[in-house]
Write a protein that binds this ligand. Sequence first.
Ligand code: HEM
Length: 164
Amino acid sequence: MAFALVANFTLGVSVSEMDLSPLKLKMLAWHKWAGMTLLALVTLRLVNRLIFQPPPPEPAPRWQQRAASWMHAALYVLMFAIPVSGWLVTSAAGIPVIYLNLWELPQLLPKNLEWADPLKEVHEALNQALLMLVIVHVLAAIKHHVVDRDSTLVRMLPYLEKRR
Ligand code: HEM
């Protein structure tokens, strides 16, 4: 999920900086398909998270455990809200998403061009919020690994265990 999110974030930024061209439209279609796939994956992920409780956190001060819970909740909210806001932009612009050029997905809103630009700004702002939270999340994970020397990062990236 993390790699796919970073890739689709990068694709979104690249597309938004391009002038209108057939290549831009092609890349935008890929951006939308990848985004809809991520929306399906995060839904599965949330169901999995609700069914199976995560292992208890490593011992840490109470404020850090609270901050981690808020961070995880915010990451889930953004992983949902970002693709949904992108879908709303496209719906407001009256452009259907045809997933993999095979299936036309429903429009979330009736066509309304006046809403397309503000919704695009919402999509952009949510992405900026995600970027900031991911930076804090990664720095916190590195701090656990290097300073606290606990297993938080290894639990996120189990292949590190073998290299210890
Ligand atoms: C997790 C999934 C997604 C991520 C991380 C993501 C990320 C981004 C980013 C970073 C931008 C550039 C914002 C800017 O700087 O202006 C962007 C633009 C955009 N995204 Fe997404 N997006 C996702 C899903 C979607 C979906 C599902 C759709 C539509 C179905 C969509 C439609 C758009 C559109 C229409 C733009 C504007 C492109 C332009 O400026 O021409 N995105 N996205």
